[in-house]
Design a protein around this ligand. Structure first.
Ligand code: FMN
Length: 186
């Protein structure tokens, strides 16, 4: 699969996670993709906590809000943290979170290419996640995603539907040419 194909096929499907074990090499590949993301001043503020095993996943799931309890069905959950000190704030804009976001997108795309399902989730209790995973205070918990093989029987149809119904602003709404609000094409 090429990058553009992975971009077009990636979708969030927490409803279709399975407990089928994810090979350690695949987990390493998605982490490596995340690790290779660019970052401001190359500070690489990200850290990743890989949680696997039924008991550990169930314990961590307690930190997620009730609308995200499907994460219990995943073989793996990856929690993405970022170190606030590794930040280049410009004009009040903190870039350590932006950098972490770049790493997350690499991770999601690599997972898609490897046939794994993901779903970025921010609705989790930071303090509880920190406590369960023993994350030090200097790191913010940015996001988590399940990483799992899809439920084979129903995944293809669900993914097709999600991609078909994907809501995105049109280029006309978000891209300008030459000057702000100047419509046109490349
Ligand atoms: C930073 C971020 C936080 C998100 N948090 C949640 C969340 O807490 N719960 C949830 O169900 N989905 C969450 N999502 C998933 C988005 O709803 C989803 O990416 C969006 O609807 C687009 O769908 P797609 O990923 O399938 O293209 C989050 C996505 C991002 C990027």
């Amino acid at each position: 699969m090429q990058t553009l194909e992975a971009i077009s096929k990636r979708c969030s499907l927490k409803t279709h996670l399975s407990k089928k074990p994810v090979e350690p090499e695949k987990i390493a590949q998605v982490l490596d993709a995340a690790r290779l993301a660019p970052s401001a001043r190359n500070l690489q503020p990200w850290r990743f906590v890989v949680v696997q095993g039924d008991e550990a996943v169930a314990e961590l799931a307690n930190a997620f809000n009730e609308t995200n309890q499907e994460v219990r069905n995943a073989a793996v959950i990856i929690v993405i943290c970022a170190r606030e000190e590794d930040d280049v704030t410009r004009d009040g804009k903190p870039y350590f979170l932006f950098d972490a976001g770049l790493a997350v997108e690499n991770l999601l795309l690599a997972a898609t290419e490897l046939g794994l399902v993901t779903h970025p989730i921010l609705s989790l209790d930071e303090g509880e996640t920190r406590r369960i995973l023993e994350i030090p205070d200097e790191y913010r918990v940015v996001l988590a995603t399940p990483l799992a093989y899809p439920v084979e029987s129903s995944y293809d149809e669900a993914a097709e539907e999600r991609l078909r119904e994907r809501i995105r602003k049109s280029l006309d709404e978000i891209a300008f040419y030459g000057k702000w609000e100047k419509r046109g094409t490349v």
